[in-house]
Design a protein around this ligand. Sequence first.
Ligand code: URA
Length: 244
Amino acid sequence: MERIQKIIASSGYTSRRKAEELIKQGKVHVNGKKIDELGYKVSNNDIITINGEVINQNNKCFYYYLLNKPRGVISSTKDEKNRKTVVDLIDTKERIYPVGRLDYDTTGLIILTNDGNLSNILTHPSNKIEKTYLAKVTGLFKVSDLKVMEKGINIDGFKSSPCKVKIKSYDKKSNSSKVEITIHEGKNHQVKKMFNSLGYDVLKLKREKYAFLTLEGLKSGEYRNLTLKEVKILYSLAHKKKES
Ligand code: URA
């Protein structure tokens, strides 16, 4: 017996958080009976439906993609304004969704999958998965600001955790700098807000690394499947961090 939101997430239908929302909205039925209790436990033999659609508990066929997201694409499965989504860029009929988010104008590495368990592990703050971004910012980024940023700064009443920051280059002509930043948190617009709080605007932002994964060999808009080995390492990284 498992909690229903966990079963829904592992089926690949949606994330655990969204499953909880669907339960609260009364859209989930077990063996025809509406469920509104988050801790409700189900077995393999129970028939779960969401909005009338049967959740395939035994569908253990998972798909994993690594996409180099272009600018002007939304990190979601659908958009009410009909803008292009990251899922539209992947040629599959499977119901996949992005792991975490990149802003509409942010480019770079994003994972898409129908494996709810892996998605939960990767996005859970306690697993501290490192993400490296290259930011082009206005002005000449000061070493003193680098030190402040590395220690952690206040943004929207939250103090960012210590992170790694490197100045990659200065462009005196356009009065801008390229700065690499590695964080393990994932608050909304976190990197932009960190630079903004020190007086720099982010002109471009690209995620270049996610844990050990890079964009090697992928042009903007291109994607590839993760290998089984990579998926296993992602799972094991998360578990190691959880135990420590
Ligand atoms: N931080 C941001 O500000 N934007 C992103 O897209 C990702 C991290």
